[in-house]
Write a protein that binds this ligand. Sequence first.
Ligand code: CLF
Ligand code: SF4
Length: 302
Amino acid sequence: PAPEMDEKTRQRIEKHPCYSEEAHHHYARMHVAVAPACNIQCNYCNRKYDCANESRPGVVSEVLTPEEAAHKVLVIAGKIPQMTVLGIAGPGDPLANPKQTFETFDRIAEKAPDIKLCLSTNGLMLPEYVEKIKELNVDHVTLTINMVDPEIGEKIYPWVRWNRKRYKGVDAVKILHERQMESLDALREHDVLCKVNSVMIPGINDEHLAEVNQVIRSKGAFLHNIMPLISAAEHGTYFGLTGQRGPTPKELKALQDACAGNMKMMRHCRQCRADAVGLLGEDRSQEFTKDKFMEMSPEYDL
Ligand code: CLF
Ligand code: SF4
């Protein structure tokens, strides 16, 4: 069975709906879409839509400035009392938009210090920003890791932008892989709770994800969330256009079960939008579109 949790860890996750299965019945999260750019290309992503590392593909979120985002967070925190977590998860990669991401976190940390800050990233830039993440008290970081073998990675990632240059093929994937491994180490060393998301792609990385699970566990990740590839032709992704199928619920469960002996598995993920609001199963994002929340005043009590 997965290792027992100590009391301190239990307290850190007890109000986080993604990190605690129990919490997701009672506590809500919200996302603000402040991060439009991305520094890699995933074959299951169409950049017109939200980051598919964390989201259901085919969803378009309205990009906000940090100021608008902070206003939105304070409005919602005043209206939804179970709101405990603010996540930044797109629509691109938060750490490819460091200015917007950290300015948003800064504003929230100052005005609503009891809201937990959460971040989801592909990991390419995380080693650069881990100090900043720690300083801002971001206690939950998700890394999307789909492979630990660049040969498999080549079938998932066509390019990576790194130090102002665009890399292709195996060179690109090696950079991403090394940075993801450094990210796991950096989060462990800085005592930030790390969840790993992996997208299960039949025939590409499905048999390989057990190995990914071993590696992330040995590097101290707390939780593993294996999500199904969702690929519809109309989303215009490479995988969608090449007819790549996603796993069946049975295939997904078999893989999750096979990994469950090693570490805690997340099984209640709802593949949220980059502007999701509410409990995990409910989507209240349309109540808080920009034209609406800008008209509401923040009633959040410190
Ligand atoms: Fe958001 Fe992600 Fe933080 Fe949760 S979502 S940034 S860890 S607050 Fe949660 Fe949504 Fe699944 Fe993500 S259910 S897609 S795992
Ligand atoms: Fe798309 Fe996210 Fe991959 Fe960037 S990291 S290409 S936004 S799925």
